[in-house]
Design a protein around this ligand. Structure first.
Ligand code: ADP
Length: 293
């Protein structure tokens, strides 16, 4: 098999799956014509009719330039904000039909943000217990579950430390443990490695990937980081509030090529923009690769 054969486009998994399994599985998350307009002097159409369907257990990266609507999409998926139009369904339940969104959210969705938002005056175990308070009455159960979550993220020995006594990577691991506090089926993460160096990014990524694989948690991660996007099984790229591309990643080279093709330079190359002679062979090779994906 040649290198180019390996980067040939794969059909999206939904299309590839047998009809019966496609019909049987309720998507973990679905959006239908999801639209968000921020009112101001000049209304901003941050999301413009987004349709997507994410299967249980998928690891999806949401990519795209700054201002393309990634965070807005994540907020809508996590019911942190209401859409202007369209619908979000979480495990088949339309969010517009949910009366107590706070309660629904705390049971179904976990959040990990770039700034981990840990409460500085609480120990890390207490931080992990905070989201449980709404759902779990027994203090003992909360305590035990927090301990086992901290063990899961490799911080068993630090349960009584304050956030300020931990490194950035450790704090982010606490944030991941906290996101899992109520055993959500979906974890939404906004730039979870944004503040971390590359070694710590690796660590956090490994942890997220393990959680996705071993616990079947559906993981949706907004990221600028190509490494994170490569680790995910699927990359959805937004531009101007719309889905520009949606690819299943089974080959890192392919995902790089998709990202490249979506870039301004890639678009210019495809449109036949003139290039200096010295770059012509490179551009020809890229055009050929673009044709094949
Ligand atoms: P991204 O996460 O891709 O950088 P955002 O979802 O943050 O994009 O933003 C999409 C667009 O919506 C941008 O033009 C941004 O300025 C605008 N926007 C985001 N949040 C608000 C808000 N609370 N009020 C007004 N405009 C907003």
């Amino acid at each position: 098999m040649s290198r180019h054969d390996r980067i040939a486009i794969e059909p999206l998994a939904d299309a590839a799956a047998p009809a019966t399994s496609r019909e049987a599985a309720t998507p973990a998350i679905e959006t239908r014509s999801l639209t968000k307009i921020y009112d101001g002097g000049d209304p901003i159409r941050a999301l413009d009719g987004v349709d997507l369907s994410i299967r249980p257990g998928e690891f999806v990266a949401i990519a795209g330039p700054s201002g393309s609507g990634k965070s807005t999409l994540l907020h809508m998926l996590g019911a942190l904000d209401r859409p202007t139009g369209g619908e979000v369904l979480v495990e088949g339940t339309p969010l517009s039909s949910v009366h107590d969104l706070d309660r629904f959210r705390s049971r179904t969705v976990g959040f990990v943000f770039q700034t981990h938002n840990l409460i500085p005056t609480l120990t890390i175990r207490e931080n992990v217990e905070v989201p449980m308070q709404e759902v779990e009455r027994s203090a003992r159960t909360r305590h035990e579950r927090a301990s086992s979550l901290l063990a899961l993220v490799g911080l068993a020995g630090r349960a009584d430390a304050l956030p300020s006594q931990l490194s950035g990577g450790q704090r982010q691991r606490v944030a991941i443990a906290r996101a899992l506090a109520n055993e959500p089926s979906v974890v939404l993460a906004d730039e979870p490695t944004g503040n971390l160096d590359s070694r710590t990014t690796d660590e956090v990524l490994t942890l997220l990937t393990e959680l996705n694989r071993s616990r079947g948690v559906t993981l949706i991660v907004v990221t600028h980081n190509a490494q994170v996007a490569r680790t995910a099984g699927r990359v959805i790229t937004l531009r101007d509030g719309r889905i520009q591309s949606d690819v299943i990643v089974d080959d890192p080279l392919k995902s790089d090529l998709y990202a490249w093709r979506a870039s301004q330079l890639g678009q210019a190359v495809l449109a036949g923009a003139p290039v200096p002679d010295v770059l012509a062979p490179v551009v020809d090779a890229l055009r050929e690769a673009f044709r094949r994906i």
